[in-house]
Design a protein. Structure first.
Length: 200
């Protein structure tokens, strides 16, 4: 598989051995979709973190601190193709998709992963349950930040960090600078802090 030219879509794969992960990390096709995986070992995450290309892990629900640190090493890269007259289009984008991750903790690995995720200036979480104060502070620096559902557990301090985001109006994927936070499942005090800042 590592010798396949072009994107690898392995959506039916529900488990990944450390050996296969190491092989996939050498793939030259620019993109690997592994959105059938709901868990990943520390060693597999370390290998995939070395992958040079877009890495789609949009069914991965939880990560150990070591696995998060491994994926945090994934390189973000964006290059533009100049079309002339001041116009350009993206020609190379190496992104990291983790949209259904359910917790971002205060651990070193999780904070490093947050730092990696905001490099693209766009982060979307569909079912985040737990967001630590430290992770919220990092994510608040992201240009476009969307929480479709949750986070269910967010302290007032974390809410104050997110409240600094300029609100984004409209559906979750509207392309506007700022942030969108669904307040329905937040603790009342955290939700009020965000409402006062114009969110929700």
């Amino acid at each position: 598989m590592s010798k396949h030219n072009g994107a690898l879509w392995l959506r039916g794969l529900t488990s990944l051995s450390d050996q296969v992960a190491e092989s996939l990390s050498k793939h030259k096709g620019g993109e690997i979709c592994l959105d059938g995986l709901s868990k990943l070992s520390d060693a597999a995450a370390e290998s995939l973190g070395q992958y040079k290309g877009t890495l789609d892990l949009n069914n991965l629900k939880s990560l150990s601190d070591a696995a998060a640190m491994g994926l945090a090493k994934h390189e973000y890269r964006r290059e533009e193709l100049d079309l002339g007259n001041g116009h350009s289009i993206p020609s190379i984008i190496w992104s990291l998709g983790l949209s259904v991750i359910n917790s971002l903790k205060a651990s070193e690995g999780h904070i490093a992963l947050c730092e990696r995720l905001i490099q693209s200036q766009s982060a979307w979480f569909s079912h985040l349950n737990i967001l630590s104060d430290e992770a919220a502070e990092v994510l608040a620096r992201c240009e476009e930040l969307v929480f479709e559902h949750g986070p269910d557990k967010l302290s007032d301090k974390g809410a104050q960090s997110l409240a600094r985001k300029r609100p984004k109006l409209g559906p979750p994927l509207t392309r506007r600078k700022g942030g969108r936070i669904n307040l329905d499942q937040l603790p009342a005090s955290a939700a009020q802090i965000l409402r006062d800042a114009g969110h929700g």
